[in-house]
Design a protein around this ligand. Structure first.
Ligand SMILES: [Zn+2]
Length: 355
């Protein structure tokens, strides 16, 4: 049996999402969001995702089994198996039990009775921008690039120069925000659209797709983030506090994100010296990677309503998961070059490549 399985999650921002760097920066924006250190494209770190998933799975488990006990003692999954895990005052910390879906899937630092820790059966990647909304004079377009499409198993080639690739070529140029670009047709755009459709991406987005070279994508994303300005209110006067104006940036609403979870095989691990022994809905055992994946999905309704990141009280952070499925094992090739139509019939339509 496989030691692990890889799963792909695609989600859409229902609100702007602000996952902050935790510090202020001198520059255009006071509170910046996390960026990839190499590409400079904003992302949601896997550590943030794992923490939020942990909390929401603990909430779901508490609602399903509100009277949960460990050694005769009340030990509800939420808040105890969520959170940082170190017991303090009334907070009991992570239970670290082999039958706990939260502690086995997300790991724990040190269990009850100070027993040894566990790394967790699910490993979260960072969430990357797959499709990003940009205003143009022809209405909003969602931009992507070869680097982003690679995350969903598409290998795009044949793009040249500083052009924006659309499904149909027009003689006009197109502006993406303030950037004014030549338009080229991508001969195999339909293949990209079909793949995105399969991932649950809405048709109003797929109908306005634009592919950019990686370097222009980075530029367009960073120039079109949402920037909001807020001010602290003095509770005594009810007016703005002096010197308390601050701005913060966010991924705009309808940004589509993609992330991965590696689910390990529970049968290959011991928790506090025992086999993993988690019972799922319907009395089934969590005995394979896809069952670990099933546990993570319990967080999704909460993610859609309670959200991720900061500024939740300012209407930010809700993320709707559009699809969660087995990750593609091999890449499909998409040729956006002009010669594509001549060679396309020789290529396998899907699932080609090395295994
Ligand atoms: Zn636990």
């Amino acid at each position: 049996m496989a030691s692990y399985e890889k799963f792909l999650y695609v989600g859409i921002a229902l609100d702007p999402i602000h996952v902050g760097t935790g510090g202020a920066r001198i520059g255009r924006v006071d509170l910046t969001i996390v960026r990839d250190p190499i590409t400079r494209v904003p992302k949601i770190p896997g550590s943030s995702l794992a923490g939020v998933y942990r909390t929401y799975v603990a909430m779901a488990e508490t609602e399903a089994r509100p009277n949960r006990k460990v050694d005769e003692k009340d030990w509800p999954y939420y808040p105890h198996c969520a959170g940082l895990g170190q017991a303090r005052d009334k907070y009991l910390g992570h239970c670290g039990q082999p039958d706990c879906p939260v502690c086995t899937v997300f790991g724990f630092a040190r269990g009850k009775d100070q027993a040894g820790g566990f790394a967790g059966l699910a490993a979260f990647s960072d969430a990357h921008v797959l499709l990003f909304p940009v205003p143009t004079r022809q209405g909003p377009h969602w931009v992507t690039c070869p680097m982003a499409l690679r995350l969903v198993g598409l290998e795009v080639s044949g793009m040249q120069g500083n052009a924006v690739y659309l499904e149909n070529v027009s003689n006009n140029k197109l502006n993406l925000g303030w950037l004014f670009l030549d338009v080229q047709a991508c001969a195999q755009m339909q293949q990209v659209k079909t793949s995105l459709e399969g991932l649950g991406v809405y048709s109003y987005i797929i109908d306005c797709l634009a592919i950019l070279p990686d370097r222009l994508f980075i530029h367009v994303v960073n120039s079109n983030l949402e920037v909001r300005t807020s001010v602290s209110i003095n509770p005594e006067t009810g007016a703005a506090e002096e010197g308390a104006l601050f701005s913060y940036e966010a991924l705009p609403r309808t940004t589509v994100l993609v992330w991965e979870v590696i689910a390990k095989n529970p049968k290959h691990f011991k928790v506090s010296g025992s086999d993993v022994n988690v019972t799922l809905n319907g009395g089934r055992q969590m005995d394979a990677p896809d069952k670990v994946f099933e546990v993570t999905k319990r967080a999704h309704p909460y993610l859609e309503h309670l959200g991720i990141g900061g500024m939740g009280t300012r209407g930010m952070g809700r993320l709707r998961v559009l699809s969660a499925s087995t990750a593609p094992s091999a890449a499909s090739t998409v040729n956006c070059g002009e010669t594509a139509s001549a060679s396309s019939e020789e290529q396998p339509s899907t699932g080609g490549g090395h295994s």
